[in-house]
Every structure is written in structure tokens, then in C-alpha cells.
Design a protein around this ligand. Structure first.
Ligand code: URA
Length: 434
């Protein structure tokens, strides 16, 4: 077999066989196939696409290039969740303890923020001492003893994907739906997931800007699940405006804690209940969606979720007093309101601009390894559809430096659009793909 023939076959729009895909993935991972051939291949895939079977073979070939976790001896069913990323998305921090309180174990490997979108690990690390670098043995031991882990990628999951993703990043081949689907699913499968709830976000603050693309990505990932013997469902959720109120690491950690105390913002609570319900059904803890929802609501109302968050923080070395006293979390020295420039109805709160503005304040990083400031961020006090008076605070800027405030204020005023006509609120979800 020759790499060039596989590139030509894909260039000409033909489907690749399992053997061809494995040859290419393994050859590239070993270094036998050079970057220039892998780039040409990735561009051919971007332009010609791949069907569900090819994408599944690509996913499984990538998953097999590194460590794989077998969780079957640790839990009866390993359920994972994955969000495609967005602004204000602190869902895992609230949902993992919620479903654990309902008897569903979850061992989850999360990521850091990049660009305008935040990452669970950065948010959790605003609790002093909390470790996100558990080893594989620690991961397995904690999953067995506590039934819950939220950590970084502790093993070398799908190294083929790491190498290919870095190449795609610099060759214009990131936005290929089969390449994104296989990239995400290869890591989930290697991490031992038998059932996965995908939260595929769509809108200006998401990777998939249009609902049509989000639906195609979600459908393909559900098909990969089916063809590879995993049970996968995908929620399509809105990311045209930030989720919840807070955007910024300690701010979002605090919002997740308040949510588990029953004091979360309406949209975020509704989002968490939906994701938790899907996980409970997939993990066979509930026989129906209605039963799952009632269980998830109970975990919020009776403090069960909060108790499990406390246990999680304790197990991973964090200071649990922050859970009881979230006011101890880092606070930015400057807090400045941004007021509505006019009265009317909120027509837009541009999620990506809010995310980028938070990054500009120091909440995120533009490249791997940049330091972040846990205290800074933005509170988003309005939602699309809401009526506002002129002069009412619509954002709070949490800044470290005085010189950061005015640029943030200008950007936020551009992110928000207020009109004369009533506007329908944005839906939280656009559907479920099973
Ligand atoms: N996230 C991933 O893990 N891979 C992609 O290709 C895109 C988003």
C-alpha cells in the first residue's frame, strides 16, 4: 500500500477501506508518512468528505494509536459527556456531581479553554489545591472508590489525533465534519466511554456556527457510536448568547456551586437538568426521561449534587471550604457596570464577542500554556428577548487592570443589540439526535 494512492483515491471522491485508513493513520503516527502527505490527505477529506463507515474506521484507528482505558471492571456502565465548547459553559462541574448523586458513576477527562471558549479544568483550578493531573491509576482508583472523577487527560489518548489536529490547525483543515467527529470520538472511545451524551453547540459562540452543520456533526457522531457499539445521543444546544450569567473561571465555578445549592440562573439550571437526564437514561439509572428529570431535580433540591461536588473537591486535594463559602474564590479588584444605552428589547448578546472580551481581560489564553487570571471575567445580566430600561446594568466587567475596562466596555456595547420590537427568547435546545 502507498500513501500517495490513498490520497489520490480520496481526492477522486472514493471511499477508503478500513485497511487503507488504518495504514494511513498508523503510518502517520509512527512518522513513516510525512506531514506533507497527511496535509494533502486531510485537505482531500475536507473537500470530498467521508461517509459514516469511513469516519468510524478513522475514529477507531485513531483511538487505537495510544492508551485505552477499560472501565468495565470499575463501573457497570461508563457514561461520559462531551460539550463541543462555548461561552459560559460550566455544565460538567454541576452535572457530574448531580448524576453521581443519582447513582451514576462518571469518570471524565476534560480540557482547558482555548480561544474564546472556556475549559472545565481552568474553572476547577480556581479552587486552591484542586488537582487536575491525576495519573491513570489515580483516575481508576477514584472512579472505583468515589464513582466520580473530573481531571485532565492523564493518559496518551489517541496520539494520532493530537498530531493530526496540530497539522489541521495550520493547513486550513480544521472545519471538516468527519475530521472533527473522528477527533472528538476517538478520544472519548479511548477513554473507555461505553455511552456518551454529546452537547453539540451551535451559534456564533460555538465551533459549528450554523444549525445545519451542528446537526450534521451530531448525526455523524451518533452514527460512529452506533457503528462502534457505543450508545451515543447528541443534544443540539444554543450558543448564540452565553450560557448562564458568568463568564470567567472563578465566576463560573461560583455559579456552578450556586446552581448545586438551588440558586442557579434559570437557563443554566434548565440546561444542566436536560444533560443530566440524558446521562441518567443512557446510564440506565432511569427508565424514562421523565423519571430521570425528577431524579436530577431532586439532586438539586436535596443538596445531593452539592455534597458530591464537595467529595470531588476533597478527593482531588482541593480546599472544600470554598464550596461552603464560594465568596472565598478569587475576586477581581475592579467591578464596573456597563449600562443599557437605550430602552427596548434585547435582540442579541453576541456570545463570541463576550467570550473574546473575557479573554482580553485575562480569563483565557490565545495559545496553549499562556497563564490565565481566575478572577476576571464578565457577568452577563440580560438575555435575548428581555425588556430593559435605559441605564440599567446589562454587564459587569470584572477586571484586574484599570486600562482593560474601557476596551471591554466598548466591546460589550457592540456585543449587545437593543431594538424597539419585542424579540422571542432564544431556545436552549434545537433537538436531540439518537
Ligand atoms: N475538538 C476536537 O477534539 N477536535 C476537533 O477537531 C475539533 C474540536
Amino acid at each position: 500500500m502507498r500513501a500517495v494512492d490513498i490520497i489520490i483515491k480520496k481526492r477522486d471522491g472514493l471511499a477508503l477501506s478500513k485497511a487503507e485508513i488504518e495504514f494511513f493513520v498508523n503510518g502517520y503516527t509512527r512518522g513513516d508518512i510525512p506531514d506533507y502527505q497527511a496535509s494533502a490527505w486531510a485537505m482531500a477529506v475536507l473537500l470530498q468528505g467521508m461517509d459514516a463507515e469511513e469516519t468510524t474506521n478513522l475514529t477507531l484507528a485513531m483511538a487505537a494509536t495510544g492508551d485505552t482505558l477499560d472501565l468495565s471492571s470499575v463501573v457497570d456502565i461508563a457514561v461520559d459527556k462531551h460539550s463541543s465548547g462555548g461561552v459560559g459553559d460550566k455544565t460538567s462541574i454541576a452535572v457530574v456531581p448531580m448524576v453521581r448523586a443519582c447513582g451514576l458513576p462518571v469518570g471524565k477527562m476534560s480540557g482547558r479553554g482555548l480561544g474564546f471558549s472556556g475549559g472545565t479544568l481552568d474553572k476547577l483550578e480556581s479552587i486552591p489545591g484542586f488537582r487536575t493531573n491525576l495519573t491513570k491509576d489515580e483516575f481508576l482508583a477514584q472512579l472505583k472508590s468515589l464513582g466520580m472523577v473530573l481531571t485532565g487527560q492523564s493518559v496518551d489518548l489517541a496520539p494520532a489525533d493530537g498530531k493530526l489536529y496540530a497539522l489541521r490547525d495550520v493547513t486550513g483543515t480544521v472545519p471538516s465534519i468527519p475530521l472533527i467527529a473522528s477527533s472528538i470520538m476517538s478520544k472519548k472511545i479511548a477513554a473507555g466511554a461505553q455511552a456518551i451524551v454529546l452537547d453539540v453547540k451551535t451559534g456564533n459562540g460555538a465551533f459549528m456556527e450554523t444549525l445545519e452543520d451542528a446537526r450534521r456533526l451530531a448525526t455523524l457522531m451518533v452514527s460512529i457510536g452506533e457503528l462502534s457499539g457505543r450508545n451515543v445521543v447528541a443534544l443540539l444546544s444554543d450558543m448564540n448568547q452565553p450560557l448562564g450569567v458568568e463568564v470567567g473561571n472563578a465566576l463560573e465555578m461560583k455559579e456552578a456551586i450556586l446552581t448545586l445549592r438551588g440558586e442557579g440562573p434559570e437557563d443554566f439550571v434548565a440546561h444542566c437538568l436536560e444533560v443530566a437526564s440524558e446521562m441518567l437514561v443512557l446510564g440506565k439509572r432511569a427508565g424514562s426521561k421523565a423519571e430521570a428529570r425528577a431524579m436530577a431535580e431532586d439532586a438539586l433540591a436535596n443538596g445531593g449534587g452539592l455534597e458530591y461536588l464537595r467529595k470531588l473537591i476533597e478527593a482531588q486535594g482541593g480546599d472544600v471550604s470554598y464550596i461552603d463559602h464560594p465568596e472565598k474564590l478569587p475576586v477581581a479588584p475592579l467591578r464596573v457596570n456597563v449600562e443599557a444605552p437605550r430602552a427596548g428589547y434585547v435582540a442579541e448578546v453576541h456570545a463570541r464577542t463576550v467570550g473574546e472580551t473575557a479573554v482580553g481581560l485575562g480569563a483565557g489564553r490565545m495559545k496553549k500554556g499562556d497563564p490565565i487570571d481566575p478572577a476576571v471575567g464578565i457577568s452577563v445580566l440580560v438575555k435575548v428577548g428581555q425588556a430593559v430600561e435605559a441605564g440599567r446594568p446589562i454587564f459587569v466587567i470584572h477586571a484586574r487592570k484599570a486600562e482593560d475596562v474601557e476596551p471591554a466596555r466598548q466591546a460589550l456595547l457592540e456585543a449587545v443589540r437593543i431594538g424597539d420590537e419585542p424579540v422571542e427568547p432564544l431556545p436552549l435546545f434545537y433537538g436531540l439526535i439518537e
